[in-house]
Design a protein around this ligand. Structure first.
Ligand code: NAP
Ligand code: F7E
Length: 322
């Protein structure tokens, strides 16, 4: 039975990756942080009963990471833990860098010192590109990185240090450069789930309106379930390498909002207003990923479309807000 070690296991991706690896017959180990409300610590994985082992741990706590990796001796390590909210990274820039950049370095050191024969996956992000776009309006593995947020800057460090450890110490350490991916398990302060939940609240009569930030930025949105399959493929490629994961389609926040409200027979113009507090000091305006390398190497094809992703999220909130 293969053993996987996942940081950020109770996050959106960590929970789907856990289910996917368990379905493949893995034994899964993960770390959660202490929270004063213990019910929140395992909320996305509490339904999993077998072959799952949870410990307290934190990316900033190197000795704890080393102890766990020495004990578990995993075959695969997935570093998914992060302060993952881009706008909030402007409020807590030092914490974001300590977790997303130095935390990745801490885990790489623990990996190198305790189980260097394992494979290591780093959750890299399209936010690393910032407003850098190739002339054909796509971002790909070769597109220059010019991040526009503390989150993006920290992820560039983690991306580079993963490559550096791969090359310096002959480790099987890889990056998946993932574009935005969503699901009903997405935190409800990210724009898709905020819009879907907000629109259902309005539909059910529990809210009168919805405040958003910049509605004219474009994102390449996929489904987390499709993207965790890609993580496993990338990690298990016979040579360690870096891959873009994206749908290749882009939509504005306005188009996404219009789709969600119209599915509920609502006109978003009547309910949505802009609140400057949701704007970012520097905005990343356009993302569209070219995942040709991933598709050609693994024959990866996403099962969800933009519409079926949002429909699943709408149905989730309709079921949960009665
Ligand atoms: P998420 O739902 O925010 O999950 C992040 C997880 O990391 C949470 O469980 C969080 O625990 C944990 N965490 C935060 N700081 C930690 C620390 N210092 N030590 C240990 N655990 C810590 O994020 P996600 O959407 O699943 O994304 C997974 C990873 O992919 C992240 O690294 C993210 O930056 C990256 N990524 C995401 C996307 C996307 O569109 N979703 C795209 C590209 C890259 P708490 O609940 O205790 O905070
Ligand atoms: O914003 C705009 C906002 O917060 C998307 C993370 O998973 O993907 C995610 O980062 C867009 C931005 O995601 C609101 O300005 C408008 O243009 O859902 P988001 P993100 O910033 O793209 C990348 C790839 C990651 O790696 C990150 O971890 O929507 N927007 N109004 C808004 N965004 C939010 N959150 N809230 C609003 O009210």
């Amino acid at each position: 039975m293969k053993k996987a070690f996942i940081t950020g296991i109770n996050g959106q991706d960590g929970s789907y990756l856990t289910e996917y690896l368990l379905s493949l017959g893995y034994e899964v180990y993960g770390i959660i942080r202490r929270n004063s409300v213990p019910e929140h610590q395992q909320s996305r994985i509490e339904f999993v009963r077998t072959n799952l082992h949870i410990s307290y741990g934190d990316l900033s706590d190197v000795s704890g990471l080393e102890r766990l990796l020495r004990e578990v001796q995993p075959d695969e390590i997935y570093n998914l833990a992060a302060q993952s909210h881009v706008r909030i990274s402007f409020d807590v820039p030092q914490f974001t860098v300590q977790t997303n950049a130095l935390g990745a370095l801490n885990l790489l050191e623990a990996y190198r010192n305790t189980c260097p024969n394992a494979k290591y996956y780093q959750a890299s992000s399209s936010e690393m590109f910032g407003n850098s776009v190739d002339p054909d309006n796509y971002q790909r593995e070769t597109t220059p990185m010019r991040p526009t947020s503390p989150y993006g800057c920290a992820k560039v460090f983690a991306f580079n240090i993963t490559r550096n450890y791969r090359n310096s110490y002959n480790l099987h350490a890889v990056n998946g450069i993932l574009f935005n991916h969503e699901s009903p398990r997405r935190g409800s302060n990210f724009v898709t789930n905020k819009v879907v939940k907000g629109a259902v609240m309005i539909k059910r009569g529990y809210a009168k309106g919805l405040e958003l930030g910049n509605m004219d930025s474009y994102r390449d949105w996929g489904h987390s379930k499709d993207y965790v399959r890609a993580m496993h493929m990338i990690l298990n490629h016979y040579i360690p390498d870096d891959f873009i994961v994206a749908t290749g389609q882009t939509h504005s926040v306005r188009e996404m909002t219009e789709y969600v409200f119209s599915k509920l027979d609502l006109d978003y113009n009547e309910f949505v207003t802009q609140n400057p507090k949701y704007l970012r000091p520097e905005e990343l305006t356009y993302l569209r990923g070219d995942s040709t390398k991933l598709r050609n190497t693994f024959n990866w094809i996403p099962e969800y479309t933009f519409e079926t992703l949002l429909d699943e999220m709408i149905n989730f909130w309709l079921e949960n807000i009665k």
